[in-house]
Write a protein that binds this ligand. Structure first.
Ligand code: NAG
Ligand code: NAG
Ligand code: NAG
Ligand code: NAG
Length: 309
């Protein structure tokens, strides 16, 4: 059978399937679900019925969160990051629920949470500088002095000769296989051209949002899922202290690098970016949600095999 006749059969099957349910029974709530178009920023999804990001989070707020990113003396990615790139990138993920899930407060909280990961990973500030570390998010767009080559044996995404896979982007991407996987998802050849993530801010934000929206492994939740509460922990999860909230987003993004180690500084630091951004966005840190930390959580994906004593 040729492709075309296969397609015809498939289409027929779809038509038959589609025709059956409406006859005998009323539409389920899922089938009745309203779908909206909110212009270029969000279209073709139920999530677009809610307010879009550019309504909730405007250019002045972006400037408040990242005031030092173009600092003449200290910033390392001057004139690279901008609001427009952020919104353009988000248009790919808003229809999937990125900061368009739930009521307005949840939308603002998710923006603050996502941007906290970005800020904590791209800051060049410390307690000594003007405004503290929180004022210096988006100071970098790539790792300055890579300590290694980040090339691992990988059947699907082998390293390309002469290409380096050090950290780049808004939530830095490391390693050949991660560049390969994210490149496939975004339909850009990042395996051959990882440098795109330090040349194109829209793409850099897209790669970060993709990491936020995509589970590390099949059947696991994404950072987005654990944050907005669409994920229900299993018994294994609750036994491992994994519960919905900001803490579990750190677990998914960084695992046991920062989780399950008590109140260590790198974990505290990411949390304080979140709280600082909530304050700046007018939500207030008192609305940071349950399960803010991951001090006790076991990693969803442990970095090394665990051995019984
Ligand atoms: C849209 O917003 C309303 C309340 O503002 C919320 O109840 C609803 O769940 C949101 N829709 C989606 C798809 O999240
Ligand atoms: C940046 O990347 C986006 C997404 O792949 C693409 O649409 C855009 O054309 C790129 N911009 C430039 C200047 O290459
Ligand atoms: C729960 O954990 C046990 C022991 O680690 C494991 O064998 C089992 O597959 C897990 N169940 C689920 C649903 O992940
Ligand atoms: C992290 O924060 C907790 C709670 O706010 C605090 O008790 C702890 O001392 C902090 N840890 C470090 C390393 O500063």
């Amino acid at each position: 059978m040729g492709m075309r006749s296969l397609a015809a059969v498939a289409l027929l099957a779809l038509l038959v399937l589609a025709a059956v349910p409406t006859e005998g029974r009323s539409l389920t709530s899922k089938e009745k679900e309203k779908i909206c178009d909110a212009g270029w920023e969000c279209s073709g999804s139920k999530y677009c019925c809610n307010e879009t990001i550019s309504k909730l989070f405007q250019v002045y707020q972006f400037e408040q969160l990242f005031p030092k990113r173009n600092d003449d003396l200290l910033a390392h990615a001057q004139q690279f990051w901008d609001y427009h790139s952020f919104i353009t990138a988000s248009s790919v993920f808003q229809p999937l629920g990125f900061a368009t899930t739930g009521a307005k407060q949840m939308q603002m909280m998710e923006l603050a949470a996502f941007l906290a990961h970005v800020g904590a990973k791209t800051t060049c500030g410390d307690m000594e500088v003007d405004g503290g570390p929180w004022a210096w998010g988006l100071c970098y767009n790539h790792e300055m002095s890579p300590s290694q080559s980040y090339c691992a044996d990988d059947f699907k995404y082998p390293c390309v000769d002469g290409v380096q896979y050090y950290g780049r982007g808004a939530i830095p991407v490391y390693w050949n296989y991660n560049y390969g996987r994210i490149g496939d998802a975004l339909k850009v050849d990042l395996l051959h051209h990882p440098e795109y993530l330090e040349r194109n801010a829209t793409l850099a934000f897209m790669a970060a949002m993709w990491q936020w929206m995509t589970p590390v492994k099949k059947k696991q939740p994404s950072a987005h899922d654990v944050f907005v509460g669409s994920w229900k922990p299993t018994k294994n999860d609750t036994e491992a202290y994994r519960l919905p909230g900001f803490g579990a987003t750190m677990n998914i993004m960084y695992g046991d690098l920062i989780c399950g180690k008590g109140y260590i500084e790198s974990m505290n630091n990411t949390i304080s970016f979140y709280q600082h951004y909530l304050d700046l966005m007018g939500v207030g840190r008192e609305h940071s949600g349950d399960n803010l930390d991951c001090a006790k959580q076991k990693a969803f994906n442990p970095s090394a095999p665990e051995y019984d004593a």
